[in-house]
Design a protein around this ligand. Structure first.
Ligand code: F6R
Length: 605
């Protein structure tokens, strides 16, 4: 979490840093700060609150003219949200920003910090002290000596008081990308902060120092030799990372789904069946697979729940869906005949990454479904199937989720082809069904006015339940997280048949229940469950396919998706749930894109 940026070049540093922080704000928005360096001085400006507060503060004071600096937007880990704890931190000749957690900070403080007056409660200030204590005029030596003592994760951007115009960076686990463009050298937590200047960048490798000056962005190894950069290119540009007239990124991203889905699916289709030749995923990879594990966090894990239904039904392989933060500390039963699919929008989620590493240690075949090109999970997976959703900036994931489902559909079809559990004709038909469901997203988007109106009944809700069966239950989990994370209404997802084993005691007069009933095979069972909650006074918001006959007495609001095959309903139905969450949050007067306590990219445990 936390967004970091560094710059050295011909532009005014303050502007570059603040613009970059605005793009990185989704990574954390508890506090923000910048440090600018000149030959004479280092000037730090920091504040609690988000980047707009920092901008105001910078506008109110006379700042130095500088062309080099570092900036940080914080998601608090060590120490509360105070100005003292905001980055940058300065100790002696060292000023730095940090993303990550230094786990052995107490020991370092004991060993090296005696007699030093610290101003914050952060692990970062202690790291700054260590850099300073090792700094005797040679920055790279100080960096190597310092990181040798650190345990945990970090991405540091460091200024040394007597070396103006230069930013030094090093990372372990926490991400950093860098670029050199005509305006100068840049480093940031991710490419969105650099996209205004370039679409070409490189990932800063671990165990390497990045040196930024107005003339270069250079990588050095321990011996001080230059390390070759592996350049990457993103296809999207600056406009893709803007709101483009939408009030919130989340709404923009909801509306981008038809295109995102198409961009993800179209390049993989040859002769109407999925083909991963371009991805260099040979069929032989799948031939010996005897079981599948899908490992991810949050929304990405919910996409995995849909994948489980699809793969088990069509490929007849057993699929386990695992929460990454549990999986990494469990004793999973996997081997070289296991396909471990890790799903991650950011490609940086620490628990998912750790799970991937564990799966590799246990010799499983690993495949990443990842949105961010060049991210750590993408680089470390044996095979990668990129989703092409473009940048997702709102904290609440929307388009990344539906494209993850689409990618899992493609993967299922290819697995079924290789394992011969479906014939070519059946797969072609499946692909047509997937396309149909993608088309239906536009129909769901047309429901926005009615959904907006309906959400008036949710504004004051305290608790809310989502119910569904089969694939609709998997989707309920996603509907529930989306609603609770941005509306702060307590919500839970229940397999509809499980309700009467405890939870139904919570259904009283007026409690909203969002019932997803798109599956024909269990439709009558769902109707019975809905009757049960209605009989106890629930306010029922029902989602079905158009053709499904329901009596008016069992719902208060009814939204429909077109007539599509059962297994492909989650894509258009998810859009309805996203719009419900969005408008409920708006009605409650909340900042949809920046829900409290949450950050987009969870790079710390
Ligand atoms: C919810 C949400 C999170 C993420 C989760 C995993 O809207 O966005 O639950 O899905 O933190 O993130 P990635 O996919 O980046 O690994």
């Amino acid at each position: 979490m936390c967004g970091i940026i560094g710059y050295s070049g011909r532009l005014e540093a303050k502007q570059v840093l603040v613009n970059g922080l605005e793009q990185l704000e989704y990574r954390g928005y508890d506090s923000a700060g910048i440090a600018q360096i000149t030959k004479e001085t280092i000037e730090i400006t920091k504040t609690t609150g988000n980047v707009s507060v920092l901008k105001r503060k910078l506008g109110e004071k006379e700042t130095i003219a500088s062309h080099c600096g570092i900036g940080h937007t914080r998601w608090a880990t060590h120490g509360g949200v105070t100005e003292e704890n905001a980055h940058p931190h300065q100790v002696g000749k060292v000023t730095l920003i940090h993303n990550g957690i230094i786990e052995n900070y107490k020991k370092i403080r004991e060993d090296y910090g005696k007699g030093i007056l610290f101003h914050s409660q952060t692990d970062t200030e202690i790291a700054a002290m260590l850099f300073d204590s090792f700094y005797h005029g040679n920055p790279e030596e100080a960096i190597w000596n310092t990181v040798a003592k650190l345990e945990g994760s970090y991405a540091f951007c460091i200024l040394f008081e007597d070396i103006p115009n230069t930013v030094y960076c090093i990372r372990k686990i926490s991400p950093l990308v860098a670029a050199y463009a005509k305006e100068g050298a840049f480093v940031a937590s991710d490419i969105t902060a650099l996209i205004a200047y370039t679409q070409d960048y490189f990932v800063v490798p671990e165990d390497t120092i990045l040196v930024l000056t107005d003339e270069k962005a250079e990588l050095h190894n321990r011996k001080g030799n230059i390390v070759e950069k592996e350049m990457l290119h993103v296809k999207w540009d600056f406009t893709a990372a803007q709101k483009n007239g939408y009030p919130y990124y989340m709404l923009k991203e909801i509306y981008e789904q038809p295109e995102a889905l198409w961009n993800t699916v179209a390049p993989r289709i040859k002769e109407d069946i999925p083909d991963f030749e371009e991805e260099q995923i040979p069929d032989s990879v799948f031939e010996s697979i005897k079981q599948v594990k899908i490992v991810a966090c949050g929304t990405a894990m919910h996409a995995g729940l849909i994948g489980k239904v699809l793969i088990e039904k069509r490929v007849r392989l057993s699929v386990g869906v695992e929460i990454a933060s549990e999986f990494r500390y469990a004793s999973p039963i996997i081997d070289s005949n296991t396909l471990v699919i890790v799903i991650s929008q950011s490609g940086e989620t620490i628990d998912t990454l750790a799970s991937l590493r564990l799966a590799k240690e246990l010799k499983a075949v690993t495949l990443g479904i990842v949105n961010v090109k060049g991210s750590t999970i993408a680089r470390e997976s044996d095979y990668v199937l990129y989703t092409h959703a473009g940048p997702e900036i709102a904290v609440a994931s929307t388009k990344a989720y539906t494209v993850q489902i689409a990618a899992l559909c493609l993967l299922t079809m290819r697995l079924a082809f290789v394992k011969k559990t479906l014939g070519r004709g059946e797969i072609t038909r499946d692909f047509a069904l997937l396309k149909e469901s993608m088309e239906c997203v536009k129909r769901s988007l047309l429901l926005e006015p009615q959904i907006q109106e309906m959400t008036a009944c949710l504004t004051d809700a305290r608790d809310l339940f989502f119910i569904g069966r089969g694939i609709d239950y998997a989707l309920s989990c996603e509907g529930s997280i989306k609603l609770k994370e941005i509306s702060y209404i307590h919500s839970e997802a229940y397999a509809a048949g499980e309700l009467k084993h405890g939870t139904i005691s919570l259904i009283t007069e007026g409690v909203p229940v969002i019932a997803i009933a798109t599956q024909e095979s269990v439709f009558s069972k769902m109707v019975s469950n809905i009757r049960e909650v209605k009989a106890r006074g629930a306010l029922v918001i029902l989602i079905t396919k158009e053709s499904m006959q329901v009596e008016d007495s069992i719902f208060d609001y009814h939204f429909t998706i077109p007539e599509i095959a059962d297994d492909y309903t989650p894509i258009p139905a998810a859009v309805i749930l996203q719009l419900i969450a969005y408008h409920t949050s708006l009605r409650r007067g909340l900042n949809v894109d920046q829900p409290r306590n949450l950050a987009k990219s969870v790079t710390v445990e």
